[in-house]
Design a protein around this ligand. Structure first.
Ligand SMILES: [Zn+2]
Length: 148
C-alpha cells in the first residue's frame, strides 16, 4: 500500500491487533515522511474448521458433504443440483453461526435434516452412516420418525 500523505510505498507495520467482527487493526508508519496511520482489514470469510468425533480438527470440505449425500441418494430421484444446493445451504448455515469451528456431529445433524425433506430413503441411509447407530434404539427411532 502507499502512504496516504506522501503516496510513497514505504510503509512499515508497527502493531497488529485483532478487533471485533473479523477485523484486523494495523498501526502503520511511513518510512519516508514519518507519519503514522491506522488501517482496518476486514476478513470476509473465516475459514471453517471441523472438529471430528476423535477430537481431530480438519478443514471444512464441501465435497465431503456432497459425496456423503450422493452416496445416500444412490438410485433415488434426487438430482446432482439438489445435492449441491443442499451442501451449499449447509455451508452457509455454518458460516452464519460465525464460530469458525463446528463439530462433525453438527454437520451430520443439519445435512440429515435437509435430506429428510428431500428424500426419506436417502435420509435413513445417510443417518445410519452419520449417526453410526451407537444404540439399536437410534435406528428404531429414525425409522419411526420417517413413518410420521
Ligand atoms: Zn509518507
Amino acid at each position: 500500500m502507499e502512504c496516504p500523505y506522501c503516496r510513497l510505498e514505504s510503509i512499515r507495520t508497527l502493531e497488529t491487533r485483532d478487533s471485533q467482527n473479523n477485523t484486523v487493526r494495523r498501526r502503520k508508519e511511513c518510512l519516508n515522511c514519518g507519519k503514522r496511520f491506522t488501517t482496518y482489514e476486514y476478513i470476509e470469510s473465516v475459514e471453517l474448521m471441523v472438529r471430528k468425533r476423535d477430537g481431530r480438527i480438519e478443514r471444512f470440505d464441501l465435497n465431503k458433504i456432497i459425496r456423503g449425500v450422493q452416496k445416500a441418494c444412490e438410485k433415488r430421484p434426487v438430482s446432482m443440483e439438489q445435492i449441491r444446493n443442499l451442501a451449499e445451504r449447509a455451508r452457509q448455515n455454518f458460516m452464519m453461526r460465525g464460530k469458525g469451528e463446528i463439530s462433525s456431529q453438527e454437520i451430520g445433524d443439519l445435512v440429515a435434516k435437509y435430506l429428510k425433506k428431500l428424500d426419506r430413503i436417502a435420509y435413513i441411509r445417510f443417518a445410519s452412516v452419520y449417526r453410526q447407530f451407537e444404540e439399536p434404539e437410534d435406528f428404531r427411532r429414525i425409522l419411526k420418525e420417517v413413518r410420521k
